[in-house]
Each structure stands twice: as structure tokens, then as C-alpha cells.
Design a protein around this ligand. Sequence first.
Ligand SMILES: Cc1cc2nc3c(=O)[nH]c(=O)nc-3n(C[C@H](O)[C@H](O)[C@H](O)COP(=O)(O)O)c2cc1C
Length: 221
Amino acid sequence: MSDLSLTQAMSTLRAVRRLRPDPIPEEVLERVLQAAAWAPTGGNAQPWRIVLVRDADAKARLGTLYAAQWTEFAKGYEARFEALPEEDVARERRTLDAGNYLAEHLHEAPVIAVFCFNPKMMAITDIKQPRVSVVGGGSVYPAVQNLLLAARAEGLGCVLTTLLCQVEPEVREILAIPEPWGTAAAIPLGYPIGTGHGPIRRRAVGSLVFEDTFGNKRGSP
Ligand SMILES: Cc1cc2nc3c(=O)[nH]c(=O)nc-3n(C[C@H](O)[C@H](O)[C@H](O)COP(=O)(O)O)c2cc1C
């Protein structure tokens, strides 16, 4: 593990979509997986599992499925460019290029970590709300984030992807995932081709956090 501070890791954990096929040493992978296992979950149930996909045939099949989903997604992504200022278009096009690259090369990542979850093991406290339920994800994505941060600290490139969730039955068949397990994310892991992780662009805290009531701006810190 590198001696990167947590702040450095969090503030440079950008999506890395260009990965080298070089293998990841087992001890490095073990540390990354341990970080995932440290994550909190509702009732400490740990209702998630990871399928580490390293088999070439399985990766190729996932890659084909992912590419088809990406192609559809990318059409909508590109359609948004027309409404953007020119300087933003250049940046978004770089992201699109990186996404295209990943879609063509997903199978080359030495490892694809597929996060599965079991809804029967979860206390989903918002399930009766008349809106989409998100609490169940709270027992999966902290583990995903721990894995991403640990990967970043190890110098591994990675990106949280969810497009394969749209073809979950096919993924379930490829990876022999039994009912009632579902899939929450597929994370290609590998050493980056370029600089990898780096500066990120996010909204200012002031526009994301309110004081006492929703929408009420905080005073300057
Ligand atoms: C819930 C979620 C789903 C995502 N799904 C995908 C995906 O399927 N494919 C992909 O290339 N990136 C995916 N991403 C990565 C985001 O596009 C990326 O984190 C975001 O655009 C910010 O990019 P940056 O971290 O490089 O600044 C996903 C991220 C999240 C949090």
C-alpha cells in the first residue's frame, strides 16, 4: 500500500478507463479486497459478494455485453454536446473517448470485480416509500468505494461501472450468480495506461450542503 493520505486518495479518485493487461500481484489484490470487506453495511449483514472475473472467455463475454450497452448510452451522451459551451465539449469528448476505449477493451483488464448483492439479506428501510428505493444500495456501495479508494492507493486504475446491470440475466448466466443475488457494479481493475488517477472536477461544497432546512445556504465557514 502506498503512503498516499486518505485526502489525496479521495481527491484524485477519478475514473480511469484505460488499463494495461498486466496482472495485478495477489498481495495487492488482497489488500484492495480487504478494504472492501471493512465497509459498513446495515445490521453488519454484509449482503454483498464479489466475483473476481479473470477468465478470458468470461471477460470477453462481459466485454461484448458492455460494449452494446455503452454504444446506446454514448448516443445520448453525445447528443448533449450541442447544448454545451465549446470548452466543455472538449472535456466531455475526452470522457466519451475514454468510455469508448473501455467499451472496446474491457476484456483486457486483468480483473473485473463484479459486485453482487442479496436483497433478502438487507433491511431496506425505504422500501415502502412511493419512490425508487436507495437504502439497499447503502449496504453495497460503501464497499465499492472502499475498494476504489484502496485501488487508487495501490496505483491501480479503476472505474465504477453499472451498464452491465441492464443485462443482469445475461451476466448472471456467465458468472453463475444464483437467485436472488443481483449485480450492483462491475469494476475493471488494472494498472493505468496513462497517468491514471488525477485531479477531479466536482461541485463546490457550498452548493451541495444546506443549513437546517433544504435549500438554506450555509454561511461562509
Ligand atoms: C453509480 C455510478 C455508475 C457509473 N456507471 C458507469 C458506467 O457504466 N460506465 C462508465 O464508464 N462509467 C461509469 N461511472 C463513472 C462516472 O461516469 C464517473 O465517476 C463520473 O463521470 C465522474 O468522473 P471522474 O471521476 O473521472 O471525475 C459510474 C459512476 C457511478 C457513481
